[in-house]
Design a protein around this ligand. Structure first.
Ligand code: PMV
Length: 349
């Protein structure tokens, strides 16, 4: 190995509370979104540079996932690199070797694009700083990493910040932008920093429809305009609830957002459904449990059938009991990933 320099970042996945669904231009969102950053579900990516083998101007890239060369991922990353090489001249000057792994199993139904693309963008920005012998100030560094993570996979831009991040212009969020995400951890009520996220795996199968296709179907969705207005209104209401610690309003908005996302899928042309009967059974059970226990426990959904159960840490033991007794039976092979709001990406020395 003739490694000249290398850098490793661990970067987490995130779960959206206000959903990004529909985009335009170069990965720009049609509405603002906000998410919890997770802790246990992350990607770890190492980017190394070696002397170039060939003399052409082509990008030389080897990509390993779980220590095995992966040509499908390589092709995706190569396209991404082609689109951003002007900003990172080292991509053409050296031979690039990437090793990546996920903390969560590949076929767990957890989207890995947010964690993997944010980890890669962080590596690119660190390598660029190292090679140019500069130290970009922290805020600018993460805004830049977020910008490139967005170009790799929209929602990935929210993964570079701890606890909670928003993406998309909103008049109540300082420094908010459609081009990169904004750290929201300093203005939310402390209760939200204790939130748990138990991921109930209704199905670990590969998604029938990719989010890329899902976003594009919004272009002809008859409810698109109303949806983008609703997302803005929901975010404004949610911001107030996040500031004051109003859990009832938080839960109402978060659940509406999850169901709206799936309703939009169902009324696209062609339409598709990602929820399964077990997803619905869990939603019913969660509503009943909340009603009878008065415990603030809420669900959200990604673009898939799995339930993300959200609740403050102080109710953990009661909620775990409920999961064991009532929800586990609806999970594929009883699979649940116990995650929580996290501290954001980590540079590995
Ligand atoms: O980042 P993408 O293109 O995979 O889209 C993500 C879309 C949702 O996960 C459904 C919502 C979101 O805001 O994360």
């Amino acid at each position: 190995m003739n490694t000249i320099k290398k850098v490793t970042w661990q970067s987490p996945s995130n779960i959206a509370l206000i959903k990004y669904w529909g985009k335009h231009g170069n990965q720009l969102p049609n509405n603002p979104s906000i998410s919890f950053t997770l802790e246990e579900c992350y990607s770890e990516t190492t980017l190394a540079i070696e002397p170039k083998i060939g003399s052409s101007n082509e990008i030389e890239l080897r990509f390993y996932f779980d220590k095995k060369e992966n040509l499908a991922f390589r092709l995706k990353i190569l396209q991404f690199f082609e689109s951003i090489h002007k900003e990172f001249s080292f991509l053409r000057d050296y031979s690039i070797v990437i090793h990546s792994m996920n903390s969560f199993p590949h076929s767990s139904g957890i989207a890995s694009s947010a964690s993997s693309m944010s980890a890669l963008a962080l590596c690119l920005c660190s390598m660029d700083d190292m090679l140019n012998k500069r130290k970009t100030p922290k805020d600018d560094f993460f805004a830049r990493a977020s910008h490139f993570a967005r170009l790799g996979s929209g929602s990935a831009c929210r993964s570079v910040y701890p606890v909670m991040a928003s993406w998309g212009k909103n008049k109540h969020i300082k420094n908010s932008s459609d081009k990169f995400a904004t750290d929201c951890s300093d203005w939310i009520h402390p209760i939200f920093k204790t939130f748990q996220n138990s991921i109930l795996i209704a199905s670990a199968s590969e998604k029938k429809v990719s989010s890329r296709v899902g976003h594009s179907l919004m272009e002809t969705n008859p409810f698109a305009t109303a949806r983008y207005k609703q997302a803005n209104d929901n975010l404004n209401t949610l911001i107030k609830a996040l500031m004051t610690g109003d859990l009832d309003t938080f839960g109402e908005i978060v659940e509406t957002e999850a169901l709206t996302l799936h309703a939009l899928m169902m009324c696209s042309t062609p339409s598709f459904t990602l929820m399964t009967p077990n997803t619905l059974a869990m939603i019913e059970a969660i509503r009943d449990f909340r009603e009878s226990s008065q415990i603030p426990v809420y669900f959200t959904l990604d673009a898939g059938p799995n339930i993300h159960l959200l609740y403050p840490n102080k109710f953990k033991s009661k909620v775990h009991e409920f999961i064991d007794l009532e929800l586990k039976q609806f999970c594929e092979n009883g699979r649940i990933i116990f995650d929580a709001v996290g501290k954001g990406p980590k540079l590995i020395k």
